[in-house]
Design a protein around this ligand. Sequence first.
Ligand SMILES: [Zn+2]
Length: 286
Amino acid sequence: MRKSMLVAVLVGVLGAGAGSGAFAQVKQMYWMTSGLFGPFPAVALIPTLPKEKQRDVTIPVSMWLIEHAKGLVVFDTGNNVAVSDGNCKKYWPAGFCDLLAPSQKRDDVVDMQLKKLGYSADRVKAVITSHSHLDHIGNIKMFPKAVHVIQKKELYQAWWPEKFQRGAFVMGDFDGTATDLNYFELDGDYDLFGDGSITILATPGHTLGHQSIRVKTAAGNTYVITGDAVWMQENLDGYPAGLNYSVKDYTSSVNRLKAIRDLENAEIMMSHDQDQWRAKGGRWFK
Ligand SMILES: [Zn+2]
């Protein structure tokens, strides 16, 4: 009797270890895009690019759905629904519409994307917003029941941005009903569900309170979802993005994510990389 109990306990312990049990909370995650931007020259976004590196790009507007045992998590909500179907200039500054050329259709918006995956926005437990720029915070109002995870500094900056970044923050994204959302205002890193499977990483620089996430899946893989801490491969190659709040902090954040990649064998998932999206976008990751 006692022997069989011991065996049962051992099997339980070994079983928990076998399936990377510590992080078995994230079953899978899905890479979505809120339409595309472009084509335009990459140098328009990355002014430091040398001539021989210049190319035209058509880039995703990345959003992620993460299936966690405790509930659904969305990382970034894309362009506001009002930008859909050629209506960009009615909602965004005209200069951004001309530069980015968003192709978003109503069907591409986050609520419709979730529907296609079998979920409604009402079922989402947590919305993590990397930062308050117009292509990342656009549809937080579609998630009135969720906990909204954002750096406190980022909310401050959204409401009174630096002049040189002002056009990239659209007040309609976070005013009105968005002020009543259930915000979890962070000051730095945070372990979202207390189990190490989804960790918020403070990665300031692109904006004052930018954040990325690290996801450890049940299958034993580690992903770093960068948001705009890394737009595309050129940024990893050492060419900083334009439009940074602080280039010094931006560079430190890129280096932080690279270190996590190298130490933890993580895969870096960039927000606006044409080639990575074409190779891996619109599918599940385990
Ligand atoms: Zn962006």
